[in-house]
Every structure is written in C-alpha cells, then in structure tokens.
Design a protein around this ligand. Structure first.
Ligand SMILES: [Zn+2]
Length: 84
C-alpha cells in the first residue's frame, strides 16, 4: 500500500472529524454508511464498515439492501403495534 502521511485532523465542536480522501480511498471507506471504531488501550482503530444496521450498528442485518437487524425490526414492529 502507498505510504500515506500522518494527518492532523481538525475536530468540530460536535466531535465530527473528516477522514481525508486518500485514507478513505486506500481503505475502501464508502461515502456513506458506518465506520467501525474500536478502542484499544491507547489507540482508536477505524475500519471500513460492513453493512450494519442503520439504527444500532449491529452487524447481523437480514439483507444488504435493507440493513436493519432483527432486534430493531422487532422494536419497529412493537412501535407499530402501539400506534394501532
Ligand atoms: Zn439494529
């Protein structure tokens, strides 16, 4: 892989940080969706997101085109029951 420089990324007040395009391209981050952040003792590891639930980030989604996990579908169904 091409060697990339160390970036110093400005953080907005709400904690938002933009991952520079060369890093996004090199690691296959798509323009939308989830980035998985894992914290170790002294580092934060960012990985390109697999298809995950749009509501909670759970990886066990039922299908790629409809990325919602079974637990969230159940909650949605419960909310729909309450509306009736
Ligand atoms: Zn979910």
């Amino acid at each position: 892989m091409q060697k990339l420089p160390t970036y110093y990324l400005p953080m907005e007040k709400n904690g938002r940080v933009v991952i520079p395009k060369p890093i996004r391209d090199a690691f296959g981050f798509s323009s939308a969706g989830f980035v998985r952040a894992t914290v170790t003792d002294d580092k934060i590891i960012l990985e390109s997101g697999k298809t995950v639930c749009k509501f909670c980030g759970n990886e066990s989604v039922l299908c790629e085109d409809f990325p919602i996990c079974p637990e969230c579908i159940e909650k949605i169904n419960e909310l729909n029951e309450l509306k009736k």
